[in-house]
Ligand binder design. Structure first.
Ligand SMILES: N[C@@H](CCC(=O)N[C@@H](CS)C(=O)NCC(=O)O)C(=O)O
Length: 214
């Protein structure tokens, strides 16, 4: 049994999707990040960086934080959704780091300055909108002529889907990126993905932020 500490947000959704895809038994505990529950001492002992997701694997007592490390842990635990042949494995590791270091943080800052910041400094809004588009174009090129990021559906698709799902709901369209849009629609149609993005909670309604920003 695995306990997943999570909220209705992009990085935790990666893990609920993976747990559903892998058919692993798990329970969820909601950590309400809008209420600051990630800073409670009992949660900080699980993740010193005070962020969700975190998992505890009760089979061996292991606690893991950082969503892409958790994805790799679950893939290795089950021997599924991550290739073992060196070429694909190194391509996959590269893309996991790329997602964690570039896509996640940049898409996060883009949403912060465009939607959530009480004041919206033009420089920051434009910087992150531009970098967000540039990174989206990188994803488009990575999916050129292929169905998935690797040769088969893998945790790399799940890692990228978490933030893409959220960004699209925040109003950052991918309709001008045909490869990415086709990939997105195909991944979104998977039953495990639909279950995952509603576990333990769906994304919040971004409409008020989008309306205010417009
Ligand atoms: N690099 C971390 C980022 C985790 C992260 O930013 N989680 C967000 C939710 S998607 C969070 O806990 N935010 C609360 C906060 O920043 O205080 C990962 O991939 O797990």
């Amino acid at each position: 049994m695995i306990t997943l500490y999570a909220h209705g947000s992009p990085n935790p959704h990666k893990i609920s999707i993976a747990l559903e895809e892998l058919n692993l038994p798990y329970e969820t505990k909601v950590v309400n990040i809008w209420e600051g529950e990630q800073f409670r001492p009992e949660f900080v002992t699980l993740n010193p960086n005070s962020k969700v997701p975190v998992i505890v694997d009760h089979e061996n007592g292991r606690t893991i934080y950082e969503s892409n490390a958790i994805l790799l842990y679950l893939a290795e635990k089950t021997g599924k959704l991550f290739p073992t042949n060196p070429d694909q494995r190194w391509k996959g590791l590269q893309l996991l780091f790329f997602q964690a270091a570039s896509i996640g943080p940049l898409f996060g800052q883009r949403a912060h300055f465009s939607l959530f910041a009480s004041e919206k400094p033009t420089y920051a809004v434009e910087r992150y909108l531009k970098e967000g588009e540039r990174l989206t174009a990188v994803l488009e090129s990575l999916l050129s002529g292929r169905e998935y990021f690797l040769d088969t559906y893998s945790i790399i698709d799940i890692a990228h889907f978490g933030w893409l799902w959220c960004s699209v709901h925040q109003g950052f369209s991918i309709n001008n990126y045909p490869n990415l849009k086709a990939w997105f629609d195909q991944v979104a149609a998977r039953p495990a993905v639909q279950k995952g993005v509603n576990t333990p909670l769906p994304l919040p309604d971004f409409t008020p932020f989008r309306t205010a920003a417009a």
